[in-house]
Design a protein around this ligand. Structure first.
Ligand SMILES: [Zn+2]
Length: 351
């Protein structure tokens, strides 16, 4: 083991649920994640925490969201719940779920910074990385199942306290909300996502590097449709090396942990196996070496069960519980991937 693992889970995260009918972003997702962690025996080796009762976490979101957007969410919740846009629902207990999620993430960050956890995983819902300052972010059509942005809140909070924070978002989709909120803040945000010309939210381009004090701190790494493990790992390694050449070792990495880039999870066109997820942990450990706080974002089926345990296992130095044959990429697709990365490098050189 490279250090201890802390897992936060609480039944309160199940209370955010669809007002009617089927929705992909449902409490069942947590069962899939927990089943995968149990079957891989990672669950048994972790220290477990429920939600600390801290105070007014909902009020803290004023730091990262407009009063109008917060009011809109609270209004729908207090009137029995409903859809805020065609993708995204709010239920009566959504404010309780998001404030609990924030409490857990802030507590986990504190434990990491005090040395009580080397890796912390917060198994919370609803996700948040598509939620920007005004709600929908950077021109996205919807909130994409997200309500309030807990990662942005944690990053801003820790930054204000004087800590060096880096965000790595491995969700299939671009973390447009996080990028929107942090665009002018000097907090590094490396976002690896499927080419936005092929998928929601259609943002996250190499030229979107941040502005003002945040200029040059936002890295959008485009992964073309059809990419396999070899290209994904190569892009991540190169992106992390670029980041390392510009930044000192952070006190903490907040990883927006989406498992929906795993092949067969259902939404994407990448071909990642557990080998990519296992490599993510290896790359972060060997090239950055900072403790990691995992904040659950997307992932809707097999990714939660298989990719999440592989990622966590690598971060704590255990073998891959679900080894798979690595997927290979067509040379033309790899060439496209490297061209996108080169574009990012050229834009960065001009900052
Ligand atoms: Zn996603």
């Amino acid at each position: 083991m490279r250090g201890n693992l802390c897992i936060y889970y609480d039944p309160v995260f199940r209370l955010h649920k669809p007002p009617y009918g089927f929705h992909m972003e449902s409490p069942e997702r947590l069962n899939m994640a927990i089943r995968g962690l149990r079957d891989s025996r990672i669950w048994d080796t972790a220290d477990h925490y429920t939600i600390p009762r801290r105070g007014d976490e909902l009020g803290l979101f004023r730091e990262v969201h407009s009063p109008e957007f917060m009011e809109q969410v609270l209004e729908i919740a207090s009137h029995g719940g409903g859809y805020i846009d065609p993708d995204t629902y709010v239920s009566p207990a959504t404010p309780l779920a998001v404030s609990s999620y924030a409490a857990a993430v802030l507590d986990a960050a504190e434990k990491i910074l005090e040395g009580d956890c080397r890796v912390a995983l917060v198994l919370g819902r609803p996700p948040g990385h598509h939620a920007g300052y005004f709600g929908r972010a950077m021109g996205a059509p919807t909130l994409g199942f997200c309500i309030f942005n807990i990662t942005a809140l944690a990053a801003v909070t820790l930054y204000r306290l004087g800590y060096e924070v880096a965000i790595i978002d491995i969700d299939l989709h671009h973390g447009n909300g996080t990028q929107d909120i942090l665009y002018d803040k000097p907090i590094f945000h490396i976002d690896v996502h499927q080419d936005p010309s092929t998928i929601y939210p259609g943002t996250g381009w190499p030229w979107q590097l941040g502005e003002g004090e945040g200029s040059g701190t936002k890295f959008n790494i485009l992964v073309p449709s059809g990419s396999g493990d070899d290209v994904y790992v190569e892009l991540l390694q190169k992106a992390i090396d670029m980041y390392k050449s510009l930044a000192s070792t952070p006190d903490i990495i907040i990883m927006d942990t989406g498992l929906d880039a795993y092949e067969g999870d259902g939404l994407g066109a990448l071909r990642l196996t557990t080998e990519s997820y296992y490599s993510i942990g290896e790359i972060i450990f060997s090239r950055i070496g900072a403790p990691v706080l995992l904040v659950l974002q997307g992932g809707y089926s097999r990714g939660l069960y298989r990719a999440l345990p592989a990622l966590v296992a690598s971060l704590v130095g255990e073998p891959n519980p679900f080894p798979e044959t690595p997927s290979r990429t067509e040379p033309s697709v790899r060439a496209k991937a490297l061209a996108h990365l080169e574009e990012l490098r050229e834009h960065l050189d001009r900052v």
